[in-house]
Design a protein around this ligand. Structure first.
Ligand SMILES: *Cc1c(COP(=O)(O)O)cnc(C)c1O
Length: 430
């Protein structure tokens, strides 16, 4: 038996004082049962991914690089089968040519909508960057410019889904319904997979031909089910979030019914070419390995989010969700109440990073966003938010959105470092 490890010295060396470390340990102890539940989801999802890899006979040859047109890229085609198995779909498009989550959503939308069609969001305003894609904010090249109209049904006052409003808004012209699982950077609830299933069934009962697409960003592997297990036709996400497991250096995915995935592929490459082209340049191996690691990485990030919630809840901050609520994404929102506090939090997260820990982030303008934003991300992959990161639009109530962490212990350290920075800057009294 090893002696009990003394943590104080190493935490101290990393700038965390004893009181802050002790608070962290005390809060962690209260979360034992919740963490056990997360480990079980992770165990299930680990086996689900393993099964998909074995059944599709993933092999060393699949890691070989292709170049040029990328015809007959066996590794790419098999990877897409693995994704399709895990998401329980007919097909998938998983490509390094998909730059980001916004790009994946753009490809799925432009590929499946035609002039005269209507797009409906039944769960309020979509993620900020999609406002320009759709044309909610006037932008050159938006869906609106191509004659695709957009309708939106907001949540009711108690944040429940406005089924009556959706029934009234669905029309013969509605071709595609987009459902955002995660709250993203918004103050709204995250939808559970079960809720998405109920909503999908409701919509299909009114119009069975409508395509149901779920923006699955930040949601993958948080549950043992995915939206495509409960009636969604398409799920879309980013490989520098959950399913990349922190190892995928680039990419996005679109999984779902073959027809709709193919339509997306004609938009990503070219009509007539579709999925047949697209070299992977040697990127398959980290994308496979990241997908394999993803259940475990997501579990660590989820524990970090719950820990952040519990710590700041304990200190009297307004948090969403609370540490007790069940979760469907890895994002934690905390109202910091002042711009100084939000900046101190983010600077603490940056100081906890393995990369660029000495950099001090400041608020700035960002393409696609309405307000100045501060972003803390000392990541191995640029902008990767499955890695420990925090972002905040500089506007009341000064909500910081915290997410990621490639391991639970790094996420824990990040939260403590943010807290220590707030204490040091006199934003929190201890
Ligand atoms: C991150 C995110 C996106 C956009 O992804 P990017 O990779 O940042 O372009 C879209 N929707 C939601 C809910 C997200 O969290």
């Amino acid at each position: 038996m090893k002696e009990r490890i003394q943590f104080q010295e190493i935490y101290q060396q990393l700038g965390i004082r004893k009181e802050v470390m002790q608070l962290g340990h005390d809060i962690e102890k209260t979360l034992t049962k919740v963490f056990k539940g997360i480990d079980q989801v992770s165990e299930y999802n680990q086996l689900k991914v393993l099964k998909a890899m074995q059944e599709n006979r993933v092999s060393e040859v699949h890691f070989a690089a292709t170049t040029g047109y990328g015809y007959n890229d066996l590794g790419r085609d098999t990877l897409e089968k693995v994704y399709a198995s895990v998401f329980n779909t007919e097909a998938a498009l998983v490509r390094p040519q998909i730059i980001s989550g916004t790009h994946a959503l753009t490809v799925a939308l432009f590929g499946n909508l035609r002039p005269g069609d209507e797009l409906l969001s039944p769960v309020g305003k979509p993620y900020d960057t999609l406002e320009e894609v759709i044309g909610i904010r006037e932008t050159s090249g938006s869906l609106k410019e191509y004659g695709i109209a957009y309708r939106q049904v907001d949540f009711l006052k108690d944040w429940s889904i406005d089924y009556k409003g959706i029934q009234e808004t669905l029309s013969d012209k509605t071709k595609l319904v987009t459902i955002q699982r995660s709250k993203g950077y918004d103050i709204r609830p995250t939808l559970s997979v079960e809720q998405i299933g109920e909503l999908s069934t409701f919509i299909k009962n009114i119009n069975p031909d409508v395509i149901i697409m779920v923006d699955n960003c930040y949601g993958e592997f948080v549950d043992i089910m995915e939206p495509t297990d409960v009636g969604a036709d398409l799920v879309v996400g980013s490989l520098i979030k959950n399913p990349g497991g922190g190892l995928a250096p680039i990419g996005g995915y679109i999984a779902g019914k073959e027809r709709y995935v193919n339509e997306a592929s004609y938009r990503l490459s070219a009509p007539g070419l579709g999925k047949e082209v697209g070299a992977t340049l040697g990127l398959n191996q980290p994308v496979y390995q990241g997908f394999f690691m993803a259940p475990q990485v997501v579990a660590g990030a989820l524990k970090g989010a719950i820990f952040a919630s519990a710590v700041f809840e304990h200190l009297g901050f307004n948090v969403q969700p609370s540490s007790k609520e069940s979760r469907s994404d890895i994002i934690q929102a905390i109202d910091m109440a002042s711009s100084d506090a939000v900046i101190a939090f983010c600077q603490g997260i940056q100081a906890a990073a393995p990369v660029d820990s000495f950099v001090v982030p400041l608020p700035s303008d960002m393409p696609g966003y309405n307000h100045q934003v501060i972003m803390a991300a000392g990541t191995f992959v640029q902008g990767s938010s499955i890695e420990l990161s925090a972002d905040a639009p500089i506007t009341p109530p000064f909500t910081v959105f915290y997410q990621g962490g490639l391991s639970w212990h790094h996420a824990k350290f990040g939260v403590l470092k943010a807290l220590q920075n707030l204490v040091d800057k006199d934003r929190i009294k201890f």
